[in-house]
Design a protein around this ligand. Structure first.
Ligand code: ADP
Length: 190
């Protein structure tokens, strides 16, 4: 199974590139951000709790995310593999993902880290906020999300470096150029 973690700061293009990877390799997409936004829209208990964290730019607590992910994993029948977008965001989540996948006789094969400099990230997120009205794409929340990314999520790279699965991809250029870089990586060693 080709299980891929797509990793990077908010605004680095994880969602955009995930869509292209899925099409090319026939994978299933799990975006914890999308799942949380659906829960919020449906006004579920989890959605109500998540909203408070998301609008402050904080991470939703690990226990909630891990429980949510286990349910999503169990509902998936795609045997080609899964792309994890926006997860894991903490070392704890990375460890739990490994456990959950091992229990299902599989594991992460690649962690693709989309590297984009901070000014570019802020511009992209502000533009997305203007276009989509996403409530966490405003300057104050963006700054918090970037801080949280550096303190809690960036260390996840170390986890995958140790496992020999981490690949940094330059996340600047056209969408197609970036996708070509990722594709080369995924084809090269698979
Ligand atoms: P972005 O990558 O642009 O921040 P996402 O849609 O991945 O967008 O996430 C939006 C928000 O949802 C995050 O700021 C966080 O509050 C919450 N969230 C998403 N995934 C996770 C996760 N794995 N762990 C904790 N919180 C999460």
């Amino acid at each position: 199974m080709l299980n891929v973690v797509i990793f990077g700061a908010p605004g680095s293009g994880k969602g955009t590139q995930s869509k292209l990877i899925i099409k090319e390799f026939g994978l299933e997409h799990i975006s914890t951000g999308d799942v949380l936004r659906t829960e919020m829209k449906n006004g579920t208990e989890l959605g109500k709790i998540a909203k408070g964290y998301i609008e402050k730019g904080q991470l939703v607590p690990d226990e909630l995310i891990i429980g949510m992910l286990a349910k999503v994993l169990d509902s998936i029948e795609n045997k080609n593999g899964v792309i994890f977008d926006g997860f894991p965001r903490t070392i704890k989540q990375a460890e739990e993902l490994k456990k959950m996948l091992n229990e299902r006789k599989t594991d992460v094969k690649y962690a693709i880290n989309l590297d984009v400099e901070e000014d570019e990230l802020i511009n992209r997120l502000l533009e997305r906020g203007r276009l989509s009205g996403r409530s966490d794409d405003n300057l104050e929340t963006i700054k918090n999300r970037l801080e949280v990314y550096h303190s809690q999520t960036a260390p996840v790279a170390g986890f995958y470096i140790k496992e020999g699965k981490h690949h940094t991809i330059k996340g600047v250029g056209t969408i197609e150029e970036i996708f070509e870089r990722i594709k080369k990586k995924l084809c090269q060693t698979s």
